[in-house]
Ligand binder design. Sequence first.
Ligand code: ADP
Ligand code: MG
Length: 743
Amino acid sequence: MYVTQSDSPIQFLPGVGPKRAALLQSELGVATIGDLVRVYPFRYIDRSSVQRIADVPLDAAYVQIQAKVVRTMLLGKGGQVIYSRDENGALRADGTIPGYGAIPTEADARAAKSINFSTAKRLSVIVDDTSGTMELVFFKGIKYTFNRLQPGMTFLFFGKPAVFADRINMVHPEIDNPILPGSGSGAVMTGVYSSTDKLRNGGITGKVMNKLMESALEVVLPEVRETLPEYVLREKGLVPLRFALQNIHFPADAVALQKAQYRLKFEELFLLQLSLLKQKYVRSRSDNGIPMPLVGKDFNDCYNALPYELTGAQKRVIKEIRSDLMSGHQMNRLLQGDVGSGKTMVAVLTALIAVGNGCQACIMAPTEVLAQQHFTNISKYLRPTSVKVALLTGSTKASARKEIHQSLQDGSLGIIVGTHALIEDTVVFKRLGLAIVDEQHRFGVDQRSRLWSKNADGIPPHVLVMTATPIPRTLAMTLYGDLNISVIDEMPPGRKGVETMQITEARRFALNRFIRDQIALGRQAFVVYPLIFESEKLDYQNLEQGYEKMVHDFPFPPYKIAIVHGQQTSDEKKFNMDAFASGRANILVSTTVIEVGVDVPNASVMVIESAERFGLSQLHQLRGRVGRGSDKSYCILVHGDKIGKESRKRLDLLCSTEDGFVLAEEDMKMRGPGDLEGTQQSGLPISLNIASLAKDGRILSDAHSYADHILSGDPTLENPVNRLLSFELRKEKYRKEDYSKIS
Ligand code: ADP
Ligand code: MG
C-alpha cells in the first residue's frame, strides 16, 4: 500500500486516530508519520538547569524554576482582586491579601464554578520553591491557566524574568509538568514542541507529543533513508540522518544535540541553496538571452558628458552588467545600493546599452511621484544623446498615451519610464531588451512576470532589479539565491553625512528654532508623520494636527509649507511636491509617501515625528532623503517620553551608524527575517524549519559555497554520486520554493 511505513498517514500511529490526525494536519502540517519526526523541538527541558528562586539574578535572561503554586488571583481592571484561591480552598477567610487590600468574602465552592472570567484582566500566580517566592503574571489564556495551576501542585516554569517594584516576576512563562525523581527514560533533555490552543484542547499536550514522537521514531528510524550523499557527510563532518533524528528529539547529551542540530540545519540550508543555484546554472546554460555585444554611440555620448566621475563601485557594477548582457544568456541581476549611492546613473547607462543594440528599455517605478522624478532626471542625462524617452503613468492623458503606445510599437521610442501602467496589455514593444525595476519589493511577483513576457517572440528581456533596502547577505542569498547580486557599497564623494539625534517634545521649541536657522541659510526641511495601518483616518488626523501646528509655528509670510499625503489626488500631490522640490516651499509635511527615492538635494533637515513607531529600515530610508547635497544635514527623531526597550534600541542604533547593511543585519537580529521590510511586501515566504537566517549565517554561507562547488562540477546533478541530491530536489517543497524566480 505505502512504500514505507513512514509514508503511512499519521492517523495510523498508535495514540493518534482520525481526530488527532486532523489536528496535527491543520496545526502542524503533518500528514504522515515521517512528517511528524520532522517537527523539531524549539527548546529542551534540561533537568540539570533548574534554578532556585532565591538564586535568580535580577538580570537573568531565561530561567527555569520548579515550584509549588501557593495562590492564584484574578485581578480586575483597576488591579483589584476579583477572586483568589489558595491551598485551603476558594477564598481566604480574613478577606485580605497583603498588598492587594480587601477581597470578596462570600467563600463558596459554587463561586469557583461561576467565576466571571470576562472581567478578569490579569492572573497573578504566587509560586514557592522553599528558597523563595515569585509572582507569575498572565494576561491571556487566563481561564485555562487558572484552572490548570491548582494551588498545592508543583510545575516547571520557564520564562524571562522581569523586575517589577524591586521584585522578580515572570510574564507568561511556559508551564511544564514537574520533573519527578527517577522518571522518564533517563535522557537528560526532553524536547518541547511549539503548541497551539487547538492542539492542547485536542489532548495533544507536551507530554503526549513526546510519547507520539517516541512511537514515530520507532517506525521511522529503522527505515530512514539518508538524504545526503556519503561524500557530503564525510566532507562536511555531518552525523547521519538517523542519528540526527533520534537526538534532535531525545538528545543523549548536549554534544549529541549540537551535532544533530548542525546536521539538520546544514541539510535544510544546503538543499535550499542547491535548488536555487541549480536554477541559476540551468539558465546560464540556456541561450535564451538577447546578445548585446555593443556599447553604442549613445552610451558614450552620455558617459562623456557626465558632470562627475563614476565611483569605483558604479564602474564595477556596470562592468558586471556588461558581461551579463554580452553573454547571450538572460540577465537576472539584483542591484543593491543605499539611498543616494547613484543607482539611477547605472540604470541609465544600462538602458543605453540596450538601445545601442537595437532594443528598447523600460524603467518601472513603484509610485507616480518616483516615476515622474526618474523621468526628469533621466531626461537630463539623455540630453547629450539622440535617444527618445517618455513617461507613462496612470494619469497620462489619453492622447499622449496613444502616441506613446504607437512609438513603442514602431520602435521610435528608446526608453520608457513609468509605473505599473507599463504592464498593461495595451503596451506593446517592438523589441523590449531590458526591464529595470526600481524598488522591487513594492511590486508583486505577478506584476513583474507580466513585464517579462512582453516580447512577441517569447525571448525574455534582460532584467535588472534595483533596491535601496539593504538586505542582509544571508537573506539575499535565500530570497534571491538564483539571481546575480551587485552591490554599490560606496557613496559619491563629497557627502557630508547626516547627523542623527533624538529629542522629546520638551525640546520642540529648540527644534523649531533650529529649523528656522536652517531655512535662513536657504535650506529646506522634511517633517514626516507615521502611517499607522490600522487606521487611515487616525493617520490623517495626526498629520492634519501636525500640519496646523507647523503652520502656527512657521507662519506665512515668510514661511511656506507644502503637504503631501495618501488621500490627495495625484494633481494635489504633484503640486505640493513640485512646490517643495523647486524650493518655493521651505517645509514639506507628509506621511511616508516620500520614503522612497524623492530627491531634493537642498533639503538639510529630516524631522521624524513619533519616530518610535517606525521600523529601523524605514527610518534609515527616510534619513536617506537628506544629505544628498554637499552641505551637512540633520535627522531629528522626535519620540515620546516613555518608549519601549526595543524602540530605544532602534533609535540608538540609527544614531550610531549610517551604514544600511549594518542596520539591516541588526534589524534582522532584532525582528527575525520574516518581519523585515522588503520580504513581507514581496510576498516571498521563507519557510525554514530549523535553521534561522539571522542566527545561522555561517552555516548558510558554507552551505551556499558548497552547493555552488558541487553544481560547478555537476550542474544538472546527473552524476550517480549526486543521485540522492537530485532525488531530494524533486520533492514538491523545492519546486514550490521557486519563489525567488523573478523571470
Ligand atoms: P539612488 O537612486 O541610488 O538613491 P541617485 O541615483 O538618485 O541615488 O543618486 C543620488 C545623487 O547622487 C544624484 O543627485 C546623482 O546625480 C548623484 N550622483 C550619482 N553618482 C554620482 C557620482 N559618481 N559622483 C557624484 N554624484 C553622483
Ligand atoms: Mg533612486
